[in-house]
Design a protein. Structure first.
Length: 622
């Protein structure tokens, strides 16, 4: 018969409530529960549909909890055992929770996952690893986020009864659907009559087996769709529990959510790619983050989301021999804190490799920027995410090389990571250096950044002025310069510049001699942006909105201190290129996106200008 049964304590071992696996998450139970359960569901993704995870608070009638009377009896036995005041207080709260007419249960349920695959009595199965394993993980993917089997304990940290029930549907080897349910609980070592009991107990079928008949469990535990449900019995409900879990989800999973890889629902409120912006900019969430000293994490997530989304950011592939490929998203703009952060599987990990002597803190000689580094799928060989998984600590917030036991493998990992960071620094120096940096107007999510008033800094009166040197000023908040020449009327404003003439290849004549036969009248270009395409200085992606309709001739210039120097085009993704310029048709108010190829590489700031065309391309060529 189904029921609760504790392991026998033949050695009279004294076991208290302070189980290390649970204590890891006591300091931030809601944050940890949301992150760890979400991560496990993310790793169990099945098929191409996004993983969906819901967090719901159930109020279950005590009579519908089949083990309520047994659990109450066990807690009373524990209260008779010797214990300190802290343990006494905890057990009293647990007794009160299970004695209520209704019992609070937090249910974390996922779909579009593989579930806890069995067989349930197989020591090597995922089901056994989660329900009965300690310090092990049987995730089939070597690049999955969890490495230690510790994260599952986060659900116990939100249970006043330290009791969690798992129910799952999965497919067996013949693709037949299977059901399993079992619970695990941990109180303290105690005596039940003549039987000496360990702190650890299980709820399920006879002989500590899982219940495999879905009709043998109450409806709130049953499920028919492939996936897993985790039930924290006696949920420790505190103020704003849903908002605090929401905060954890958006600060850790923002990339996976934005890419449509995972969706959440917390207390009935969705968090998906459509609602992510409104959730992250919600004033109440920001206030809550400040109250719980997590505002820095929320602001960081906003910046990193902006970085991976922005048209103004550049993307760079970094290949490290023996490791694989990484992608670096690099966004250069004012008011950014010169930071590099690491994601893995779309989940935030850390902002440094400090334990490998690569803190990634100082970037002298660069403009302000934010960068995101993440593994890319490897075409052959070992995926780079697998090495990061080996280096990752149980808290998933640092990389530690000493976790690799084999000395030769550890030294190889150190060498590979140092090579990776060296390449990251090289790219940042190239793209964000003072002389050639391209500033960006960041319209997307700009409301996320504070405006603190005045944006001008006149410097100190006694400051020596050097006309040939770049003058560093205080960071300005609120306003940002235009991206790649975001425009005024007729011609774009300069998109960057350091107070020096730009270096690099610049051909053609200056703007003063640019007007050609067959053109008439300037065409205003608004909201101009540009970015190197895949980090290639020969190819620019450009965006602009024309203020007039018709055929235009578009010119690209390098920005200079006293005069602008024309850059010759040799190709474009649309229109016709002739004599270094692009002729194309536009519609007033309609956004234009083009890729243009330069005759010679140039990574510095550019300007765009457009004039109306009055002749055909053939006439111009003649």
């Amino acid at each position: 018969m189904a029921g609760i049964r504790f392991l026998t304590n033949e050695a009279n071992k004294v076991e208290g409530l302070a189980y290390a696996g649970f204590e890891t998450f006591r300091g931030s139970p809601y944050t940890s529960c949301a992150r760890e359960t979400g991560q496990n569901s993310r790793d169990a993704a099945r098929g191409s549909k996004p993983v969906k995870v819901s967090f719901d608070l159930l109020h279950v009638e005590r009579g519908d909890i089949p083990f309520a009377a047994e659990l109450e009896h066990s807690i009373r036995c524990c209260l008779e055992a010797p214990q300190n005041e802290k343990t006494q207080a905890h057990l009293q709260r647990a007794l009160a929770a299970i004695s209520e007419p209704t019992v609070k249960v937090l249910r974390v349920a996922d779909i579009n996952t593989s579930g806890l695959t069995g067989p349930v009595d197989d020591a090597a199965s995922v089901f056994t690893a989660l329900v009965k394993g300690d310090g092990i993980t049987n995730k089939p993917d070597e690049t999955s986020a969890g490495s230690f089997g510790i994260g599952k304990n986060a659900a116990f940290a939100v249970s006043e009864l330290q009791t969690v029930i798992y129910s799952t549907c999965y497919e067996d080897a013949e693709k037949h659907p299977c059901f399993a349910a079992q619970g695990r609980l941990r109180l303290i070592s105690h005596t039940d009559g003549a039987r000496k009991c360990s702190a650890e107990g299980y709820w399920g079928d006879e002989d500590f087996r899982a219940i495999e008949n879905p009709s043998a469990v109450p409806s709130w535990l049953a499920r028919s769709e492939i996936g897993t449900s985790i039930h924290a019995i006696g949920f420790d409900e505190r103020d704003h529990w849903a908002s605090r879990m929401t905060l954890s989800l958006v600060t850790n999973f923002f990339a996976a959510i934005d890419r449509g890889q995972i969706e959440f629902e917390v207390d009935g409120k969705p968090i998906n790619s459509s609602s992510l912006d409104s959730v992250m900019t919600d004033e109440a969430l920001g206030t809550l983050a400040a109250e719980h000293d997590e505002l820095a994490e929320l602001e960081r997530a906003r910046r990193l989301l902006l970085c991976i989304r922005s048209e103004a950011a550049t993307r760079h592939t970094i290949s490290v021999a023996g490791l694989g490929d990484f992608v670096l998203h690099l966004l250069v703009s004012e008011n950014l804190p010169r930071e590099v952060h690491v994601l893995r599987n779309g989940i935030y990990i850390t902002d440094n490799f400090a334990k490998l002597s690569q803190p990634m803190r100082l970037f002298p000689g660069t403009r302000e920027f934010t960068a995101v580094l993440e593994p890319a799928p490897s075409a052959s060989g070992r995926a780079p995410s697998a090495l990061l998984k080996e280096l990752e600590n149980p808290a998933h917030d640092a990389f530690e090389p000493d976790r690799i036991v084999n000395y030769d493998a550890q030294q190889a990992a150190r060498k590979q990571i140092k090579k990776l960071i060296s390449e990251v620094r090289s790219i940042i120096r190239m793209v964000a250096k003072i002389e050639d940096v391209e500033s960006s107007r960041l319209d997307e999510l700009s409301e996320m950044f504070a405006d603190t008033g005045s944006t001008r800094d006149q410097g100190r009166e006694d400051e020596e002025k050097d006309p040939d040197a770049y003058i560093y000023q205080k960071p300005r908040r609120g306003t940002r310069r235009q991206a790649s020449g975001s425009t005024g009327k007729g011609k774009a404003r300069k998109s960057g510049g350091s107070g020096r003439k730009q270096t690099g290849t610049r051909t053609g004549e200056s703007k003063k001699t640019q007007r050609r036969a067959g053109t008439t009248g300037a065409v205003p270009l608004d909201a101009i942006r540009s970015a190197l395409k895949n980090g290639d200085p020969l190819i620019r992606s450009i965006w602009f909105t024309p203020a007039a309709s018709g055929e235009i001739v578009l010119a690209v210039d390098a920005s200079g201190l006293t005069d602008d120097v024309g850059l010759d085009l040799v190709g474009a993704s649309a229109g016709t290129v002739s004599k270094g310029r692009l002729r194309t048709s536009v519609e007033a108010g309609q956004r234009v996106q083009l890729d243009v190829t330069l005759s010679e590489p140039f990574a510095g700031p550019i300007e765009l200008s457009a004039v109306r065309s009055v002749e055909t391309p053939a006439e111009e060529a003649a």
